[in-house]
Design a protein around this ligand. Sequence first.
Ligand SMILES: N[C@@H](CCC(=O)N[C@@H](CS)C(=O)NCC(=O)O)C(=O)O
Length: 221
Amino acid sequence: MWRLYHFTLCPFSRKVRFALAVKGVTHELVQERPWEKRPAFTALNPAGQTPVLQRDALVLSDSTAILEHIEETLERTPLIGSTAEDRAETRRLSAWFDQKFYAEVNAPLLGERMYKRAVVRGTPDGGIIRAASRMADMHLDYIDFLLERRAWLGGGQFGLADIAAAAHLSVADYLAGLEWDGHEPAKTWYSAIKSRPTFRPLLAERLEGLPPPQHYDKLDF
Ligand SMILES: N[C@@H](CCC(=O)N[C@@H](CS)C(=O)NCC(=O)O)C(=O)O
């Protein structure tokens, strides 16, 4: 069986978990705190980053590389699109969330609201949090824009663009970085994602000492 080393509030781990669930790939979970740089974990992934997917001697790291491997080796429920054009759009949007959304929203929120509170016991910087929330609002505007033109983020079919977006948004939402009012298309789309049995286990998880806002796991938010 596959074993996934993940961290509850790591958006890249959430992306892999959601995709594995959608593809029906059974796996066991190992919670890893990447900042602890556990030698046995660093031996698996020299970058010292979650997620890592392992089965026997096969060790995969980097969420995109992991999901490309799963997609190439498991034909059922294709997630990246059926035409070259669809695949390019799916990959563009997955990279958008993994790179741009992460740098502008989740990295600062995780640093201020999770790492400072749960790990180093520092004082969160309100200016950094407000700037990340403003950027998050611009990302929600862009999601609205896309969903006014297509059924799912990558096009006509649910796929990896939706999975990457939902993984990242769920972390920002857990950290109270999203204001959903005024973003009806994004809200309707995220509510549909939230209702999926493959996504519910992610919403049920909590980090000790850091509860999410009340609306976090509600379908009506
Ligand atoms: N490109 C990597 C990024 C993974 C990543 O940044 N993981 C974070 C946690 S969300 C991490 O382990 N950070 C610790 C570090 O960079 O030392 C992926 O897609 O898997």
